[in-house]
Design a protein around this ligand. Structure first.
Ligand code: MN
Length: 236
């Protein structure tokens, strides 16, 4: 059923932008909290993000139940519902498998930290979700039910990003534009941190620098969004 909500336009753009930026490929997904009912969220049906249109968007309750829509949903929709339930401040969620972040979830003693100012929202150490802690050894790495979603949300805590060991990462924001910004610059930070670690011991942003920088950047997200949305609008 076509959806006329204002946030749908940004959600569709976000799917295409995240693909164009290399954050998602055939897999990964982005959701937004329902603009009139905070107990619901909007997420595409089970499909490649770059192909999502407004007609593909489904509505879910926070427990992951599709509302009046028989189409096949993403298996990992529980990532989104559990985070919205745990975090009233979150208005959008991006889940991806981008390769650059994977090393920081699998090497013990290596922690992702903000290395440059565009990733200053990462302030402090980025947490890593270990699915074995919630599901034991006999798991398929996927967040396939509400209990695993809740465990992931606990690992995220009150932060902007959680890495998922051997799987990917999940970024959140107050709205879809902030969540996309954070997903992209988490990926960028992973690349530059891996580069820097090959050269030696990096100097990370201090908590103070990260706080001040993220306050400065908060007003600049529209600039990136304007560029990215123009990019996908012109080239389809
Ligand atoms: Mn996944």
């Amino acid at each position: 059923m076509p959806n006329s909500l204002v946030v749908i336009d940004d959600l569709v753009l976000a799917n295409r932008i995240l693909y164009r930026l290399g954050v998602v490929d055939g897999f990964g997904h982005v959701s937004v909290r329902h603009e009139r009912d905070p107990e619901r969220f909007l997420l595409a049906r089970n499909m490649a993000p770059a192909l999502v249109t407004a007609e593909d968007v489904m509505t879910f309750a926070l427990d992951g139940t599709a509302l009046g829509d028989p189409r096949a949903p993403y298996l990992e929709r529980f990532i989104h519902g559990s985070i919205y339930r745990a975090r009233p401040d979150v208005g959008a969620v991006v889940h991806s498998h981008s390769a650059s972040v994977i090393p920081f979830g699998v090497v013990s003693g290596v922690t992702m930290r903000p290395l440059f100012h565009m990733a200053s929202f990462l302030r402090g150490a980025v947490p890593v979700f270990e699915i074995r802690d919630a599901a034991g050894e006999d798991n398929d790495m996927l967040i396939r039910d509400g209990a695993l979603g809740d465990a992931l949300a606990r690992s995220l805590g009150d932060g902007p990003v959680v890495l998922m060991r051997g799987h990917g990462s999940t970024a959140v924001g107050r709205d879809v534009r902030e969540a996309v910004f954070r997903a992209f610059y988490t990926e960028a930070n992973a690349r530059v941190q891996a580069d820097a670690l090959r050269l030696g011991a990096p100097t990370f942003l201090s908590d103070r620098e990260a706080l001040r920088s993220s306050e400065s950047n908060a007003g600049q997200i529209a600039r990136a969004w304007d560029l990215w949305s123009r990019l996908v609008s012109e080239t389809g």
